[in-house]
Design a binder for this molecule. Structure first.
Ligand code: HEM
Length: 90
């Protein structure tokens, strides 16, 4: 797993899949993006405020990550026994 690459790819792929399966959600995401795009001049880039306006789209992405997390679990093995916050980690 390459940091930030496979995870983002998985999230984007599942986003497209879920939007294809839920045309009503797709329409709302499309409208939200379109509304922001129409407020911009030709060639004007998105800024932080624009991104914060994408509330519905952000909720959709969060729901995609909840339903199909790119990383399902993480397993670690301690190199040595230790105690942390009262818990013994073998
Ligand atoms: C939906 C997208 C993403 C998910 C689900 C995700 C998930 C995770 C998870 C679970 C870890 C912890 C791995 C561990 O315990 O060792 C992690 C670490 C990391 N991620 Fe992401 N990630 C995402 C996107 C990105 C992006 C876009 C970047 C870079 C631009 C990035 C960079 C990193 C780096 C550098 C680490 C290691 C941090 C450390 O050393 O502790 N990730 N990511």
């Amino acid at each position: 797993m390459e940091s930030g690459h496979d995870t983002s790819t998985s999230a984007m792929m599942m986003l497209i899949k879920f939007l294809a399966e839920n045309p009503d959600c797709y329409q709302k995401v499309f409208e939200e993006q379109r509304k922001i795009a129409l407020e911009k001049r030709a060639g004007e880039l998105l800024n932080k405020d624009d991104i914060q306006k994408k509330k519905y789209s952000l909720n959709v992405v969060n729901e995609v990550l909840r339903l199909s997390p790119p990383i399902q679990a993480m397993f670690r093995k301690a190199n040595a026994d230790f105690t942390y916050a009262g818990f013994f980690i073998p």
